[in-house]
Structure formats: C-alpha cells, structure tokens
Design a protein around this ligand. Structure first.
Ligand SMILES: O=C(O)C(=O)C[C@]1(C(=O)O)C=C[C@@H](O)C=C1
Length: 144
C-alpha cells in the first residue's frame, strides 16, 4: 500500500541538483547522488524540514493542463488521507473502548504528547492537525 510519505516526492528517485534557499535566506546544501535530500550520511532516512512545502519536489506547471494533472494527484491524495483518518479513528476508538473496559483512563496524556510532537514536524498547524486527529479518535475533552 502506498503510504502518505513518498506521495509527490521525487517518485523517480531523481536527485535534484538545484540550489534551494531556506526561509532565512541561507542556501541549503545541494543534494548530490551521494547524499540525497532525504538521507543522512549513513543512508538512513531523515525527517523533512518543518512547515515549508518542498517546492523543488513538484515542478511548477507551465499551463492549465499541468495544473489539472496536479489536481488529479491532490484528489487522490485527499482520498487516501480520508481513508487513513477514518482508519485511525476506528483504531483509536477500539483502544479507548478496551482501556475503559479495563478500568483505565479516557486519555493517556504521555501518548498524546508524543503524537503531537510527531505532528509538529509540520509546524504549528501540524500540532493543530494532531489535536484534531486526537479529538476525532477519543472524542473532545470535557465531553462524555
Ligand atoms: O493510544 C491510546 O491509548 C489511545 O487511546 C489512542 C489515542 C490516539 O488517538 O492516538 C487516543 C486517546 C489517548 O489519549 C491517546 C492516544
């Protein structure tokens, strides 16, 4: 099954050679065949930098046909995201039901903090998204 990661990213394993500038105006290191952008020196995957879209991964279309192609990709990405969110909600419900049956708490704070930290990879809005996902799974806090 194709995961979220990888979608829209350098599917052909093309190593980009363009210079990219960061939000602070620094020039980012130019990935080479030896050090692809998503790998460290040992070849292990590294997390992408937060917030900024990786614009170099998707060539900017030159015409309406190119926009339409990208919209088709967005439509299929959204469908996959929706499917994954629905699955996440179901899994979260099941865990919560089991925990309550076992006499446990409705929320597990440490687990939620770890999940929010993961979503902070997307910046402040990522943390908001993580909160939304948590509330969809376990229900909103302060409600029965
Ligand atoms: O991991 C759990 O124990 C869950 O109940 C799942 C989940 C989640 O949706 O990720 C939901 C509520 C908890 O507070 C923590 C995490």
């Amino acid at each position: 099954m194709p995961g979220l990661g990888g979608s829209g990213q350098n599917k052909d394993n093309v190593v980009t050679t363009t210079l990219s500038s960061t939000a602070t105006g620094e020039t980012a290191p130019v990935p080479t065949a030896d050090t692809p952008a998503d790998r460290d020196a040992t070849g292990s995957p590294v997390a992408s930098s937060p917030t900024e879209p990786q614009l170099e991964d998707v060539p900017v279309p030159a015409d309406q046909a190119g926009i339409d192609v990208l919209r088709t990709e967005i439509d299929s990405l959204d469908a996959e995201i929706l499917r994954l969110i629905k699955r996440r909600n179901a899994v979260s419900h099941a865990i919560g039901a089991a925990r309550r049956t076992l006499g446990g708490p409705r929320i597990v704070y440490s687990r939620e903090m770890a999940i929010l930290e993961r979503f902070r990879d997307l910046g402040p809005a990522g943390a908001d998204l993580g909160m939304l996902l948590l509330s969809m799974g376990r229900g909103r806090l302060g409600r029965k």
